[in-house]
Design a protein around this ligand. Structure first.
Ligand code: ARG
Length: 507
């Protein structure tokens, strides 16, 4: 899928612009455009614009999205008791932290963007990396964006619908689709704008979560602890139920690996990657546990199970109608920020995979002056728009977690394998080898448990889809055949979107 695209000079000349044109200056110091000099090979690159604060915001702000407002119900339903559900919330946090620590080792050892894709390439070669890119870019990442934007619009529609009846599905879908478009525009327009949006929304949602927690503490001090005191009554003993309870919880924690997708854009990656993870993960875990406890101070497990919008019920119990509106706005902000962060990192994955020749070339190009990977972002958005149509959030989440954990397990295996195959490679951070082994074993359980316990056709589809990637891998990647007419298409999209190829990062 490789061929030479039009380089930067041609595009700018076609617009009658110079390399130091006004847009370039407006967006900031373009590393490769500095002083108006063309970069080596006349190419542009993404820049290091993500600092520690934005790094933490990218992790925390993506992790805290829809899950904490949607999943408590799923977890309680599947575990059967308050005690067990809280334990699983905590274990999901610990598991994500252990996984993230392994990603610190991987990210500092191989400091290119693209996370799993890059690690699979280094440890196992092209095929596994391609299959990962295939599933993630075509299904996982767009599904994720669709799920979050649908949750966003469901809550937003709720504010405006005065009747107590179900809000109209079409309205929710349309609003979800609009949100996808808006977020993709923000991300394609400017990296700085996207990170600002991320920072502001993260701060706002943390504040809102603090309010929920304080509300809970006040209620507890007033003696509302009956529901919490039910403890482990009614706990399930089914292995499969516990695994799918983990799925609900892990969806809320998903995003812990987000910074690894953008390592090349991180300022001082060796310091900021570990710091952002050490700050972000415990922060989210504590927030989630306390929010769950707060919910249970004012509502019984049965009430929680009966409600689709737990947070709104909670707000209503505390402050009446004002509380409800505040909670709806909190969820809206939270999901919008999370969707923004997800879009940011998904674009990078597609960009890196295309750069390696695993997707069509044009997806690895960046805008000449905005320096954003706009073709990759737009591609991700188009698929997400299609996924808004089924709109069944629950099954999308199970499907998502099942497939995602195959790959997280794969990354653990990559770490372990590279300890043997790349013994001498410098590792600024090294985790004790038991950590990836534990995470690998748990991911095996998470993937196999539900298949054995309650086989669902979705799991088969997911597996078949992974295998179907081979149909594209052999002709187009392995044998390097090009799709007829592709060079022309590439040029067309280059002029349409004003994008050019990039350089590979320095190793
Ligand atoms: N944890 C988020 C939520 O609860 C979803 C994160 C999606 N994952 C990602 N890698 N962006 O809504």
């Amino acid at each position: 899928w490789r061929h030479d695209g039009v380089r930067q000079g041609d595009i700018l000349r076609s617009r009658g612009q110079s390399l130091s044109g006004p847009e370039g200056q407006a967006e900031g110091k373009c590393a490769n455009l500095e002083g108006g000099k063309p970069a080596p090979n006349d190419a542009v690159n993404l820049e290091r614009r993500v600092g520690l604060f934005s790094g933490v915001a990218l992790i925390v702000g993506t992790m805290i999205g829809s899950g904490i407002f949607v999943s408590p119900k799923g977890l309680l339903e599947r575990t059967g008791s308050v005690g067990l559900s809280l334990i699983i919330w905590a274990l999901c946090g610990v598991l994500s932290l252990l996984g993230a620590l392994c990603y610190v080792e991987l990210g500092c050892m191989i400091p290119s963007s693209g996370a799993e894709h890059t690690y699979f390439m280094t440890a196992f070669g092209h095929l596994p990396a391609f299959l990962f890119a295939w599933v993630s870019i075509i299904i996982l990442k767009p599904a994720m964006l669709a799920i979050i934007c649908l949750s966003f619009s469901r809550y937003l529609v709720e504010v405006f619908s005065s009747q107590p009846c179900e809000p109209p599905i079409l309205g929710i879908q349309l609003l979800g689709a609009l949100t996808i478009v808006l977020i993709t525009f923000i991300n394609s327009y400017s990296v700085t704008l996207a990170t600002k949006v991320q920072n502001i929304f993260t701060a706002a949602k943390l504040l809102a979560i603090l309010i929920i927690i304080i509300g809970g503490i006040v209620k507890m001090a007033q003696g509302y602890t009956d529901h919490l005191a039910t403890g482990f009554e009614g706990s399930t003993d089914s292995f499969g139920d516990i695994a799918t309870a983990f799925y609900s919880g892990l969806w809320a924690y998903d995003g812990w690996n987000n910074l690894n997708y953008v390592t090349e854009e991180l300022k001082k990656p060796y310091t900021n990657l570990p710091r952002a993870i050490i700050i972000g993960l415990p922060l989210v875990t504590v927030c989630y546990l306390l929010v769950n406890i707060s919910y249970l101070t004012v509502m019984s497990p049965d009430e929680l199970l009966a409600s689709e919008t737990v947070a709104v019920l909670f707000g209503g119990r505390l402050f009446g109608i004002t509380g409800q509106v505040i909670m709806i706005l909190t969820v809206v902000m939270s999901t919008f920020g999370s969707a923004n962060g997800s879009c940011f990192t998904s674009g990078r994955l597609c960009f890196v995979a295309a750069r390696e020749g695993h997707m069509v070339d044009v997806l690895s190009y960046v805008h000449t002056t905005k320096l954003t990977p706009s073709p990759a972002l737009i591609f991700n958005a188009i698929i997400a728009l299609v996924m808004v149509i089924p709109s069944d959030i629950g099954s999308l989440i199970d499907f998502f977690s099942f497939t995602a954990w195959i790959f997280y397990g794969g990354a653990m295996l990559a770490l372990i394998v590279m300890r043997f195959t790349m013994k001498d490679k410098e590792r600024p951070y090294k985790v004790p080898i038991v950590i990836p082994i534990i995470v690998l074993l748990i991911s095996l359980y998470l993937v196999i448990g539900p298949i054995v316990d309650s086989p669902q056709i979705e799991y088969l589809y997911a597996t078949l889809f992974i295998v179907a990637g081979l149909i594209f891998y052999f002709p187009f990647v392995y044998y390097g055949k090009s799709i007829p007419g592709m060079p022309r298409m590439t040029k067309f999209f280059q002029y349409l979107l004003q994008v050019v190829p990039t350089n590979m990062p320095d190793a």
